[in-house]
Design a binder for this molecule. Sequence first.
Ligand SMILES: [Zn+2]
Length: 263
Amino acid sequence: MIRNIIISSLAMFVLADSSAQSSRTWNGKKAAVVITYDDAIDEHLNNAIPVLDSLGLKATFYITGFSNSMQKRLNDWKNISVNGHELGNHTLYHPCTGGPGREWVKPDYDLRNYSVKRILDETRATNLLLQSMDGKIRRTLAFTCGDTRIGDTSFSALLKNDFVAMRGVRSLMHPIDKVQLDNVDCYGVNGESGDQLTAWAKQALESNSLLVVLFHGVGGGNSLNVSLDAHRQFLTYLKQHEKEIWIAPMIDVAEYIKKYQGK
Ligand SMILES: [Zn+2]
């Protein structure tokens, strides 16, 4: 009798333990969050980096190689990689497909005026520039404006072997077996409060998912913006939940997913 009770409670313990294990698919944690900043603007160096560094969090900066800030503060950008942040590829000139609703796209940098070879060369040249800054060969890309095609040709398919992962712009989150590394979904921030941003992280925890957050302006610098308070509140929440949430640059999380999915 006692033996049976011991065996059945042992079985329950094993069951409970294995379900706890299976919900910790993210490097031993329940969810993963990748914090990304696009376009290489001064506000990332001035406003985002100090908060990240004070909390000891590492993020991914999708660098537009020829941005104003890169031209003026190349060394500051180089230093953030020394400090453990990822320099991701966001092309040299930030070309996008122009047209209705995209009137701000300049003709020189309109993907409708690009050849496929030109976007491939520009993207690979950006890899070289970033390699000269951080010495790294393996890297991730964020599609500019989420654009992946020129006419009928998907240039993203032709870049697949150049990157460990490529980030898109669809607002979705997925568990580890469902993440598509050639089009990683992400939540673009545009005026959300700290509570709203935090709710995304809670949703990732509940669904054992990867949450990728995309910031542009931080306390200004872009029409897509987050307030300094909301940004700080979100990052502080992540830090406080580090036991459950794996917070790492895209390259680390993508390498982990790749290994997991390859099993
Ligand atoms: Zn961009």
